[in-house]
Design a protein around this ligand. Sequence first.
Ligand code: CMP
Length: 141
Amino acid sequence: MTGNITLTMIKPLAVKQGFAGPILARINDAGFRIIAMKYMRLSEAQAKAFYDVHRERPFYQDLVKSMTSGPIVAAILEKENAVEAYRALIGPTDPAKAPEGSIRRQFGVSIEANAVHGSDSDENAIIESNFFFSQLERFID
Ligand code: CMP
C-alpha cells in the first residue's frame, strides 16, 4: 500500500547504548505498526549499497564505517502517511536541530550517529523495505 509504510533502522551506536527498546517503545506509542523487523549487522557492501545515493558525498565513507560498526535494528513501519508521520516523530537529520521530544533529539549524538534512519519518500520506503525484507518476512493482514 503506497503511502502507508516507511523503513527505519536503529543505528549501531543507539543499539550499543541500549536505546533499541526505548526507541521501539516511542515508535509503538506513536501508533506505528511493525510489520517486519530484524536485528543484524550490515556488511560493508550492504551499507554501501543502502546509502549509494550518497556515494559522492564527503561523509559517505564515515557513514558506511559507523553503520557497520555493530548491529542495527531494521523495521518496516505501517501507519497512514507513514513517511511523513515518521519524519515528524524523529525530527531532522541533525539531532542538534531536532525539536524537543523528537527521537533524534532524545537519542541522537551527532548528524552521523543520529539514532535512526527514516525513508525520505514513499518511493524510497518501498525500495528500502525491499532491500531488507522479502514478502514472506512481512506480516500483513
Ligand atoms: P540517514 O537518515 O540515515 O540518511 C543518510 C545519513 O547520512 C543521515 O541519516 C546522516 O546520518 C548522514 N548524513 C547526512 N548529512 C550528513 C553530513 N553533513 N555529515 C555527516 N553525515 C551526514
